[in-house]
Design a binder for this molecule. Structure first.
Ligand SMILES: *[C@@H]1O[C@H](CO)[C@@H](O)[C@H](O)[C@H]1NC(C)=O
Ligand SMILES: *[C@@H]1O[C@H](CO)[C@@H](O)[C@H](O)[C@H]1NC(C)=O
Ligand SMILES: *[C@@H]1O[C@H](CO)[C@@H](O)[C@H](O)[C@H]1NC(C)=O
Ligand SMILES: *[C@@H]1O[C@H](CO)[C@@H](O)[C@H](O)[C@H]1NC(C)=O
Ligand SMILES: *[C@@H]1O[C@H](CO)[C@@H](O)[C@H](O)[C@H]1NC(C)=O
Ligand SMILES: *[C@@H]1O[C@H](CO)[C@@H](O)[C@H](O)[C@H]1NC(C)=O
Length: 275
């Protein structure tokens, strides 16, 4: 027993920044960095925690945050990122990352924030995203993601903000979405989703925004939508094939943005600018 405990703590001591540095250097060598931002900063004569875009956790000498947005980085997302096991936040938005998500990223079980928006990622949203069950904020908008929304995403039970806008995702909105008890913002607009909105969505009373505009959705909406969703501030449904009665919007005390038209250009009234 003593020996086993000793081995465990020994392993924890060894896995310090000497684990993260080679992972980040491998990342640097695998991508094109046109502005030489990483070339000048990510060097071994400088501690990893001082590298551009890198922050270390206060408690452990390990990389906690990787903020490399809008740097013109080009390439695939290197699997070595999966070795940054203390990473809680990863923002690689507004770059030129393409191709698939490496499955090694499924090991980053401490992640709370993932922003890979505005890249050129393709392939499906892998089912191993379900392992990242601490994620609060998942933004994959404006990529070329295909396939369906994997039901395993229901495992992300802490999720507050899900943005999949502007991809090529098809299939139904999964019923498993009902597991998102803290979801505030749901953006699925400009995809190829079909079927009706699962009624379980109207049980997520934390919801403040639902944007499903420009898909192939149909069916009717509940008349008393805001009795179910009292916090609703924005509801964007335009560019679909919904039918039936228009909900009693007068009950929606917090509503600021509403789009119901069949065609986007006929948007009725909009208080919140971004769909
Ligand atoms: C990391 O661990 C290695 C091996 O135990 C050790 O030599 C090194 O000094 C440690 N580095 C830091 C920054 O703690
Ligand atoms: C990443 O971790 C794996 C073990 O999980 C190890 O074999 C590999 O060498 C590491 N790669 C880098 C670049 O640190
Ligand atoms: C580290 O070395 C690089 C050249 O390899 C140099 O440009 C840079 O200024 C050095 N940084 C520090 C903190 O000494
Ligand atoms: C990621 O960085 C972009 C660019 O600065 C910023 O707009 C966005 O809010 C960040 N994402 C998150 C989730 O904080
Ligand atoms: C998506 O793919 C199409 C055609 O394959 C391409 O023209 C477009 O630029 C891609 N968009 C993104 C955001 O990757
Ligand atoms: C869901 O999360 C649990 C841990 O909370 C994990 O054991 C399980 O493998 C995850 N399921 C999927 C489908 O990823």
């Amino acid at each position: 027993m003593f020996i086993r405990n000793f081995m465990v703590s020994y392993a924890m001591i060894v896995r310090n920044l000497t684990t993260d540095q080679p992972a980040l250097l491998a990342f640097k060598h695998q991508i094109i960095d046109p502005q030489n931002i990483l070339a000048n900063s990510w060097t071994t004569n400088n501690s990893v925690c001082n590298w551009v875009g890198v922050s270390c956790a206060a408690k452990h000498p390990r990389v906690g945050v990787l903020d490399l947005f809008n740097m013109g980085l080009t390439g695939t997302i290197p699997p070595q990122l999966g070795n940054l096991s203390f990473l809680v936040s990863r923002n690689l938005s507004h770059n030129n990352f393409h191709d698939h998500f490496p499955r090694e990223l499924g090991r980053l079980s401490r992640l709370k924030l993932i922003d890979l928006s505005f890249n050129f990622l393709n392939g499906e949203i892998p089912s191993w995203f379900g392992r990242l069950d601490k994620v609060l904020h998942l933004n994959l908008r404006n990529n070329n993601l295909t396939g369906v929304i994997p039901p395993s995403i229901a495992n992300l039970s802490n999720l507050e903000n899900l943005d999949l806008n502007h991809n090529l995702i098809h299939g139904n909105i999964p019923h498993e979405i009902s597991k998102f008890l803290n979801l505030k913002i749901l953006r699925l607009a400009s995809n190829q989703l079909s079927g009706s909105i699962p009624a379980v969505i109207y049980n997520i009373s934390s919801l403040r925004m639902i944007s499903v505009a420009s898909n192939n959705l149909f069916g009717s909406l509940p008349k008393h939508i805001c009795r179910h969703l009292p916090n609703l501030e924005a509801l964007y449904l335009d560019g679909n094939e919904f039918s039936g009665q228009i909900p009693s919007i007068g009950e929606c005390k917090n509503l600021q943005g509403l789009q119901l038209s069949t065609h986007r250009s006929m948007a009725a009234f909009q208080g919140i600018s971004e769909v």
